[in-house]
Each structure stands twice: as C-alpha cells, then as structure tokens.
Design a protein around this ligand. Structure first.
Ligand code: GLC
Length: 551
C-alpha cells in the first residue's frame, strides 16, 4: 500500500513538473519583435531582409533584450503580410535563403540571445501545393484532407461560421473553410463534435487531421534542428473547429506541447491566443494579454469608445484591465508566462498624435517593463515611432500598415532603412522631419531609448522586477491616477507608480510598514513617498512614473 502511495506521489510530482516545463532562459527573457519587411533593407530593393536584420543585431542587443521574434519569413503570396504561407520549409526569397536564416541564428546565438519564428499553424496560402492538390477531384491523395471541403453550405450556420465558407467551385467541391482572408484556407485539425449530418466535419483523430498534426511537427522539427529556438504560434486557438469552450483545441495543444517539450526541452512555443488561462493549460510557455482600454479607445466588441487610461486627460479607468489581468496572472502563476507587449504588427502603436511626447512614452514604457511575465518590445517602440494614420493598405495590412512603417535609424535617406528610391519603400515612413531616430536618441542621455535601456538594466538586476517576481496592485482600483503596484521576490521589494495624466496626483493606501524607501528610477525624481502610521502616501507631478526600492 505504502509503495503504491509513493509511486502515486512520484507520478503526481512528475506531472506537475511537466506542467511547468519551461526552459530556464525564459526566467530572464526579454523579447524584441521584428517585422522583417520593415526593419533593415540590405539589398536595396525597399523591403527589409534577413541580412539587414543581421547587420542590426548589435543595436538589438544594446537595448538589453535577449530574444527576438520574427514575423513570418516563409515563402508567401503576401496577401496577409506573410501569414499566407506557400512553403513552410523555405524562407521567402525576398528575405533571403534558408542559409541566410541559419547564419542569422548563429549570429544571434553568438551574442547569447535566442530567436523564434512565426508559425502559422491554422492555415496556409491558397497557393500552397497542399491546397492545390486538395482541390483535385480525386479526394484520396496525400494532401486531400489537409483542408475542409464541402459540397453544400447549410442554411443553419451561425453568421460567424457562414463567413468562413468560401466559394471556390473546385473540382473537389464547391466550398472550403477559411481562417482569416479568403486566401488563407484553414488547415483541417478536425471538429470538436462532428455532426453526422455534416460529412465535412471530421473528428480530431481522423486520418486527415492526424496527418496535419504530423506535418506541423515536421515543420517545427525542421526549423528547431536548424537552430531556431521556437515559435510564436499564430491564431493558436483556431485549430479545432466548433470548439466554443476550446477544450478540444487545448487538448490538442497539450499533446503537441508534450511532444515538443520532450524533443526540444530548450525550445519555446508562444501562443497568440490572448487567453493565457487556456493556452498555458494547453502547455504553451507564453501567451499575450491585451492592454485593452489602457491604450486604445476602439476595442473590439465595444459600442462606445471607452476613455483611454494612458492619456493626459486623466479620465480613463483601469478596472476592466485590472480584473482581467489579475485573473489571468493569478490563474497562470508558476504555470506559464503572460506577456503584455508594448505593441505588435496588428494594433496601433503606443505613440500616436495625442500620445507622443517623450515624457508620456517613458511613463508607458515604465509600465510595460515593470510588469510580471515576459516583456515584448515591438520594434521602434523603444524610440517612440508613431502610428501613421492613412498609410496605404499593403499586402492585406488594411489599417495595420500605420504600425508597420520602416524602422527609423538616422537622418540619412529613408531614415537609414534602405538605399532604394523613396517611392520603392515597403510602406512610406513617418513624414515628420522631427521623426524619432535611433541615432538622435542614442546620443541623448535623456532620450526614451536610453530610458528603456536603463529600465531593462534595472529589471535584469532584480529578481523582484524580473519575470517571476510577484505583482500586486496596492492603490485603489477606482482611483487609478496614479496606479501603484508592488513587485517582490523574498525580501527584495519595489513599488512602481504610474501617472499618465497631466495633473499632480497622489495615492493613499494602507501602510506597507516600510523601514526604508529609496528612489531608484523614474521620469523625474520629484515624486515622494511618505510612510505613515496607518497610511502611506505617494505624490507625483503631472505625467510621471517612478520606481522606489523599499525594505
Ligand atoms: C494573426 C496575425 C495577423 C494575421 C492573422 C491571420 O492574428 O497576428 O497579422 O493577419 O493572424 O494569420
């Protein structure tokens, strides 16, 4: 009996260790996201490339980041900025060759950094050979069941389902199911509850979906064996269809992640899921969380635009963000990492026409870089590159092009991004003569760029401020200016206070019984901390952020 109990305890310990099976390097990882078409053009055709990225690695490292995520670089028809992959085993010629990529990986590793690629797991390009073959009348070929084909479109589909049916009139059948744009047919991972009256709904363990999973594992293996450190998985929650509570998709990812952790213990898989509670249960190492109304007024699913928190008007709220962040943070604690990125290729940048002075942007950066979990800096956010409204819709970008404009390095032609004529540049750059550049900010000790470097240095020096340090809001959630929170690890403790408003503000909260408080870093030293008998008070000038260390 005792023996059985011991074995049981042992198995349980193994299972829980497996649930926390993340490579050690994530404990101190800070990522930098690069949109390859827009970072550095090496061959002078107006579009960024791998050799260009390689030539800027010293800069990337100088920020204090130690990992890179590249948006898609595989052969693509570019109907959605590379998220429509024609060949998952080949670098697109516009970025270089597979050998260029392997070279880049070596250079990244030489600097002690890591690099992950973007894996579009849920769909391919309609020009992918797999899809072309699956269109053929003979439905028993190698790739025939890689996609979902149907002769009919039932009239009881929900509006959302119906929007995914694309009429193709292929020899095989009339319709296929897409994931995003029409040019992105969904790969067939099966249905959560296949209906017998819907013959196109295969079960997750049918031969077609199983073959797709094997293909996915082959792609991952191919690149990991070439030295890549992992992937950010695009639309990871989209795989299994008709899966409203995502349980079948979570179960599928659990299997894939189990296989992955075993085969590549140092590798990472990052979910684009925006729901860490689900993705981390599915075995992912990291998932993103949206900053919601903290930065952007027009969130999906909201009728009236909410007031933005990071705004000088000081009329925003943190309560929605706080409720969701706290819930996600606490539910995934010690299981996996959350990340609130400074931006990404799909959302407006933090810098825009209203939020553009360096003080405001430093306040925002203080927030992002003192949160728990893994920081992701979107290229250009470290210098405050602006969202450029009305940028042309390029390669399916729609309004997202304003967030994908080429990097601004210096005051030379095309801000040092490319030697091509201006009209050949991938997306027109910020036309402002005073646009922020790396060269200008590098020289200025007071610049946003150098502030970001200092913040990351401080973060790297402290387990409390690091990825695994605890986090807790101490100010009143209903009086959000300033927002005050604690980061702590054992006896090491920091207090961070954030005031995006253009008013002097103060916060009072139950005393933390501190012996000593020391100003460590901030946008101004004119912030004060007063420890009282029952109440502590922080006073801050307009548009400021501060980090205190305390004992
Ligand atoms: C993800 C990508 C986005 C892309 C979409 C379809 O959300 O981030 O850029 O358009 O998936 O692949």
């Amino acid at each position: 009996m005792k023996k059985i109990l011991l074995i049981l305890v042992g198995v349980l310990m193994l299972v829980s260790a497996a649930a926390q099976n993340h490579p050690d390097w994530l404990k101190s990882a800070v990522f930098y996201q690069i949109y390859p078409s827009s970072f550095q053009d090496n061959d002078g055709n107006g579009i960024g490339d791998i050799k260009g990225i390689q030539s800027r690695l010293d800069y990337v490292q100088s920020l204090g980041v130690n990992a890179i995520w590249l948006n898609p670089i595989f052969k693509s028809a570019f109907c959605d900025g590379g998220y429509d992959v024609i060949d998952f085993y080949l670098v697109d010629p516009r970025f270089g060759t597979n050998t260029d990529l392997v070279e880049l990986v070596k250079e990244v590793h030489k600097r002690g950094m890591h690099i992950v690629l973007d894996l579009v797991a849920g769909h391919s390009s309609a020009q992918n050979e797999w899809f072309k073959q699956s269109m053929e009348a003979d439905a028993n070929q190698h790739f025939s069941d890689y996609y979902i084909w149907t002769a009919i479109k039932p009239n009881d589909l929900t509006q959302q389902e119906a929007s995914r049916w694309v009429e193709a009139n292929a020899p095989r059948a009339r319709y296929y199911i897409k994931n995003f744009y029409d040019c992105q047919p969904a790969l067939n991972y099966g249905y959560a509850n296949p209906s017998p009256s819907h013959p196109w709904e295969q079960s997750v363990d049918a031969p077609g979906p199983q073959a797709v999973v094997r293909e996915l594992e082959n792609i991952i293996t191919f690149w990991l064996e070439k030295g890549i450190d992992g992937f950010r998985v695009d639309m990871a929650s989209s795989l299994v269809k008709n899966d409203p509570d995502k349980s079948a998709t979570i179960a599928l990812w659990k299997k894939i992640n189990g296989w992955f952790d075993n085969k590549f213990p140092e590798g990472v898989l990052i979910a684009e899921w925006f729901n860490p509670k689900q993705s981390i249960e599915g075995g992912f190492d990291i998932d993103f969380l949206r900053a919601g109304n903290l930065f952007s007024a027009n969130m999906r699913g909201q009728t009236a635009p909410a007031k933005v928190y990071f705004d000088k008007a000081g009329e925003g709220s943190i309560s929605n963000w706080y409720t969701s962040f706290k819930d996600q943070y606490e539910s995934t604690l010690n299981k996996g990492y959350i990340s609130v990125p400074t931006g990404n290729h799909d959302s407006p940048r933090i810098a825009n026409s209203e939020r553009n002075d360096s003080q405001q942007l430093k306040v925002a950066m203080t927030f992002f870089l003192t949160l728990p979990g893994i920081p992701f800096i979107y290229y250009g956010d470290e210098i405050g590159m602006r969202y450029i409204p009305n940028s042309p819709d390029i390669e399916g970008s729609r309004t997202r092009s304003g967030t994908r404009t080429p990097m601004q390095w210096d005051d030379s032609q095309n801000a040092g991004f490319s030697t091509a004529p201006k009209e050949k540049i991938y997306i027109p750059q910020d036309p402002d003569l005073n646009r922020p550049t790396v060269a200008k900010q590098d020289k200025d000790p007071d610049s946003q760029l150098n502030y970001v470097r200092t913040l990351l240095k401080l973060r790297a020096s402290s387990a409390a401020l690091g990825n695994d340090g605890e986090w807790k809001l101490v100010s009143d959630v209903n009086k959000p200016y300033p927002m005050v929170y604690i980061r702590r690890n054992g006896n090491e403790k920091y207090i961070i206070a954030i005031n995006p408003s253009d008013k002097k503000v103060d916060a009072e909260f139950s005393t933390l019984n501190l012996n000593r408080v020391a100003y460590t870093l901030g946008t101004t030293s004119k912030c004060s901390y007063k420890a009282g008998k029952s109440v502590d008070t922080i006073k801050m000038p307009a548009v400021s952020a501060v980090i205190f260390k305390f004992e």
